[in-house]
Design a protein around this ligand. Sequence first.
Ligand code: ADP
Ligand code: MG
Length: 836
Amino acid sequence: AKHVQETALSSRETASTAKRKAVAVTRPSEVEAARLLLPIVAEEQPIMEAILLNSVVIICGETGSGKTTQVPQFLYEAGFGSLDSENPGMIGVTQPRRVAAVSMAARVAHELNLPSSRVSYQIRYDASVSPSTVIKFMTDGVLLRELATDFLLAKYSVIIIDEAHERSMNTDILIGVLSRVIKLREDMWREGKDGVKPLRLIIMSATLRVSDFAENKMLFKTAPPIISVPARQHPVTVHFSRRTPSDYVTEAVRKASKIHARLPPGGVLIFLTGQNEIAGVCRKLELRYGKKALEERRKARRSAEDIDLGNVQKEQAELAADIDRDGAAAEEDAEALDSDADSDADDELGIDKEETDVPMHIVPLYALLPSEKQMQVFRPPPSGTRLVVVSTNVAETSLTIPDIRYVVDCGRAKERRYDVANGIQAFQVSWISKASAAQRAGRAGRTGPGHCYRLYSSALYEHYFDQFSKPEILRVPIEGVVLQMKSMNIDAVINFPFPTPPDRTSLRKAETILTHLGALKVQSKGSVVLGGSITEIGKAMSLFPLSPRYSRMLVSGRQHGCLPYVIAIVSALSVGDPFLREEALVEGEEESDDDDESLPHLTTEAAKAKETRRLRRRAFFQSQQLHASLGDSISDIFRILSVVGAYEYAGGGHKFCTDHFVRPKAMEEIHKLRAQISNIVQSNFPEMDAGFVANPPPPTNLQLKVLRQLIAAGFIDQVAIRKDLVQRTGLLGEKYTTSKGVPYQALGIAEDVFIHPSSVLANTPPPDYVVFLEVVRTSRVYIKGLTTINVAWLSSLGKPLCSFSKPLKSKDGRSMVIPHFGPAGWELPPIEAKCQ
Ligand code: ADP
Ligand code: MG
C-alpha cells in the first residue's frame, strides 16, 4: 500500500471516499441555512479531493466566502481531527491576529454544535484547549513556538495557514518550516515508522496573488494545486475625498454622521488604525447618535423654552450646523452617489439634510477588546437601529461582518516597522496598499451594492499607495527572525526556503551580530561560521519581542538588582534620545562664551537678547552637568538613565522638561514603554522581580559597573580603542585634558573615528576603550552614545569573536591589551564571574 507516487498521497479510491462523511455532525438549523449561501460550500468535493491527493493545497477565495469557518469543518467531517480515524491528530488553524483566532474558534464551535473544549483557541496569554480538542485555532506565533519543542507536529493531522496573503513574518516562516515538516512526516510514513501519518498543509489566501508560495521551487518541488472559490461580490462605488485631511479621526466622525443622517439603511464599517482612535470615534458617535443622546434631544426639543443647552446638545447643534453647511451644495443632487470617483465624496451625500431619529448601534473592534465584546459585531443590531462598526484592519480580511453597506476608509494602518538607525521595532501608522484599499472597499458589497468613502484624495492614492504591501519579513530586522529560526534549530538559515527571501548579506550580517551577542555558538576556534546553533543565552533572548541587542541586555540584567535600570535604559534607547540638542552651542563654546566686553556697544535690545542667550547657554551646560552627574561621566547612557530617574522623582511634567532641556513627548513615551517591557519580562521570566519602579533609587557604584557591562554585552561588536594605544605611538604618555581631536579605531571601521561633541566623554580625558551605539558621518566620522568599558570585560561578555594582543606596557607603565576581530578560540566564563 506504500507504493505511492511522489506527489500523490493516496490512491484514487481513497479520494473518492471524500464524499462519504466519516464523522456525523448536527448543526443548528439556522447555521445549515446560512452555510448554503457560502460560495465555498459548493466546492467541498473538489477541495477535499485535492487535500486527500496532495500534501499541500492552496485555497483562494474572497473574504467572506467561508474559508475560515468552513474548511476546518470539511476536514472534521472527513475524519481529520478524531484520534481513531485514518487521519489521527488535531486540525490546526493559524491566524495572524488574536481577535480572529478567538472569534473563529467560537463560531466554528457553534456551527458544529461542539463545546469550546473541542473546538478551541490558543493565543499567547489565553487558551481554551483541552485534551479533547479536535480543531485548534491559534495565532501563527503560537504554532511557531510549538515547532521549537515538537518539530514533527505529532499532535496534528493537518495545518491550515490562514490569511497567507497578509504575508506576516510568522506566516511566511511557518510556511517555510512546514514545507520541511511535511517532507519529514511523509518520508517517515513511507518508511513505515510506527503510527506516523503524513501531515497535510492548506494555505488559504483572500487574494489570487499566491505565486510566492505556489511557484517557489525552494518551498515545494511540485507546485501545489490552487483551488479558487468563485467570488460573489456586488458592485461597490468608490468615492475619494477632494483633499486629504490630516485629522482623519474627526473626518471619519463627520462622514459616518452624514451617512447615518442621509443615506438609506445599511451597516457602516469604519477603518481606523488603533484602539485609542476607535474608542474616541465611538464616544463621539455615541454622543451624537446613541440611543440615549437621541432620547435626550427629543426631550429637549419638546421643552422648547429650555435654553440651557448641555454639552451634549451643544455638540449636537454644532454637528447639525456642520451638516447643513456641507450639505448645501449637494442638496439638489440626490442621485450624485454614483458620480465619478474623483469628485468630493461630501458632495455626494445630499439625500436628506434632516437629522435622523434612528439611533446608531455602535460597536468597536480591535485586538485587545475582550472576546465576548468582539462577538458583538456578528449579532444583528437591535431593530430600528443602524449598525456602525469602528475597527482596525482586522475587519479587512480576517472577520466578515454581515450587512455592511457603507465603508469609511482612513487609508492608514498600524504596521510593524524597523528603524534601521537604532534597530528598534515600533508600530507606526502608514498608508495602506492599493490591494488593501480594494479589500476594505469590498466589505461594502457583500449583501448588495455598496459605497466606500475614502478619506484621502485619488492623487494621494495614485502617488503614495503601493500596489501591494511588502511582506513583513522585508520590513523588520532580520536578527530577530534569524534568532527565532535558530530557536527552532534551523541552523542553516541561508538555505531556509523563505517565500520571499531577505537578501543574503543581511542574513549573514544578522548571524554575525547574533554570534557576537552570544546567542549563537562559536565554531572552529572562534571564527564566525555561518549556520551556528543557538546557545542558552540565545534561547532566553528569543523570548523577547525586542531587538536582540536589547534582549541580550535584559537577559543578563537580573544580576545585582539591575533589572529596573536595564528596563529604563532599553526603553529610553528604544524611544530615542530625549535630550534637546544644541550642537552649535556645544561646538561654539570657546569662541563666544566670554566676549562680554562688547556688551556696552550693543543696543539694549540686542544686549538683552545676548544676555538671554548667555544665561540660556549656562543653564544648558548646567543641565548637561546635572545629567552627567550619575556615574561620574562614564556613559552617555547613564546621562539618559539619570534624567529618566530625575523625571520620575519630580513626578514628570512639562516644567521639568523645559528646565532640563529634554523632550516631554520622549519622556512620556519612555515612561509608558518601561511599564510595558516590565510586563513582558515578568510574563517570560516569572522568577524575575517587577522591573518597573516609578522612583528607583540611584544605582550603586557596583550596579553602575554591572550596567556598563550589560551595555557592553548588547553592543559588544561596537567597540572603539584609542588609536595611540593600538599603534603604540609617541602619544601614549602624553596628557590629554579632553577627547577633542583624539582619534579612535573602531572594530570593523577602516577610518578613524572621533568622540562626538555631544558626549559626556567629549570634555573628559579620553578613555581607553568605549562601546558606542551609533556612528554618524558629518565633518568627521563620529561615534555617539558612548560608555567607557574595561577591556577585560570583552572576553567574558557573550563570547565575542575578538582576540587580544599580548599585554603591552605603555610608557606610563600601564599594561594594555588590544582586542581585534579574528579567531580567538578560548572558552569564556559567564558574565557574573567577571563582576569586580
Ligand atoms: P472567509 O474566511 O472566507 O473570509 P469566513 O469563514 O470568515 O469567510 O466567513 C463566512 C461567513 O460566516 C461570513 O458571512 C461571516 O459573516 C460569517 N460569520 C463568521 N463568524 C460569524 C459569527 N461569529 N457569527 C455570525 N456569522 C459569522
Ligand atoms: Mg477568513
